[in-house]
Design a protein around this ligand. Structure first.
Ligand code: KG4
Ligand code: ZN
Length: 338
């Protein structure tokens, strides 16, 4: 089954063709990052307009790269939530028009479910159940993936997502948006213990997280140093921030593995590209004899392939939509999807 999939929830327009949920036939991305960088973050109105310009040619490119024609498309999948509402709407409306024109089913896919499915493309033998740590710009949570479309959220951040924490600190350090990857690169050679940074602590659910304290502490440290005319050792601070975030994520993940008894662990989302987090997860999984699946770097950030993969399993579960499908800025990834 060939699924033509679309993703437009933030600042990447993406179209891909995925066969039977696992075989990637094409994967096209048009990034808007250079435009939003001028403003230090995503400007929603600009994002929507750029999606409109990019999506049609990208759909054609995805088909030609896959070596198929419109007649070979068996279904259309699309991110319908969550995201910037104007941006998601562009994808949803284009997908509705495409499904109507081609006379094929329309499959709505939750963005976070898509991120998790990126692992199916990287690890063809991976099947639920498994535990998944989702770490993106907007979400940080531990998900028990019981089946392809049946999931439970075990814990998550009470405030900022891990990516947001990285990006805000990177911005104050003068790194271009989105700063997560730059902060990762600068921290690789640094001393993570040079600066005192707070441990991530929360009361209540031991699987919950909070990153606003770490973010504020790091930003205060930078401002204090600049007020005193002192030089910040950027490499060391970046390494320290990455260590704090990674320690918190690794600790919660370890606990969730113990609680659920799962023996397979996956990670998902843009922040899953972080080198420190990948290394720490590998060490932790090895220590416990747990099988670890990390998404290939190209599938960590937003892409259409992950939507095509999850779309297949949503289709098998009977989750299709009609022309009344709407876009949602927020929506839980568990329970009824539309
Ligand atoms: O999953 P994603 O592409 O978009 C959302 O769904 O939010 O994640 C984007 C986030 C941004 O915060 C970006 O800075 C972060 O992923 N990111 C990284 C790295 N690469 C991307 N954060 C830390 N280390 C990286 N190497
Ligand atoms: Zn994402």
């Amino acid at each position: 089954m060939n699924i033509l999939a679309f993703e437009s929830s933030c600042d990447e327009t993406a179209a891909a063709v995925v066969r039977d949920g696992r075989v990637l036939l094409s994967d096209c991305i048009s990034s808007q990052v250079d435009i939003h960088r001028i403003y230090g973050g995503v400007v929603p109105e600009i994002a929507s307009r750029k999606h409109i310009e990019a999506i049609y040619p990208l759909a054609d490119q995805a088909l030609s790269d896959a070596g198929i024609t419109r007649a070979d498309v068996d279904a259309i999948a699309v991110t319908y939530a969550p995201g910037l509402i104007g941006a998601v709407l562009v994808g949803v409306n284009f997908a509705k028009a495409a499904a109507l024109a081609l006379g094929v089913p329309l499959i709505p896919v939750h963005h976070i479910r898509g991120h998790i499915a990126a692992n199916y493309l990287t690890h063809p033998e991976l099947e639920p159940p498994f535990l998944c740590l989702v770490v993106s710009g907007g979400h940080t949570m531990l998900v028990d993936v019981k089946d392809y479309t049946e999931m439970e959220i075990l814990g998550g951040t009470r405030d900022d997502a891990a990516g947001e924490c990285f990006d805000k600190i990177a911005r104050v350090l003068g790194m271009p948006y989105p700063g997560g990857a730059a902060l990762d690169a600068r921290g690789r050679t640094g001393d993570p213990n040079r600066y005192p940074l707070p441990r991530v602590r929360v009361d209540g659910n031991p699987l919950d997280l909070s990153f606003s304290g770490l973010k504020t502490a790091a930003i205060n440290l930078i401002h204090n140093a600049s007020q005193k005319g002192e030089q910040i050792e950027v490499e060391d601070l970046c390494a320290g921030v990455a260590q704090c975030v990674s320690n918190a994520l690794t600790g919660r993940t370890e606990l969730a593995l113990r609680q659920t008894g799962r023996r397979t662990l996956a990670t998902a989302g843009g922040v899953a590209a972080n080198s420190r987090i990948r290394a720490d997860m590998e060490a932790m999984a090895k220590k416990h004899g747990v099988r670890l699946c990390l998404p290939a770097l190209r599938f960590c950030g937003d892409n259409g392939a992950m939507i095509g993969s999850q779309g297949y399993y949503e289709f098998l579960a009977g989750h299709t939509a009609d022309m009344t499908l709407n876009a949602y800025a927020t929506k839980s990834m568990i329970g009824e999807q539309i």
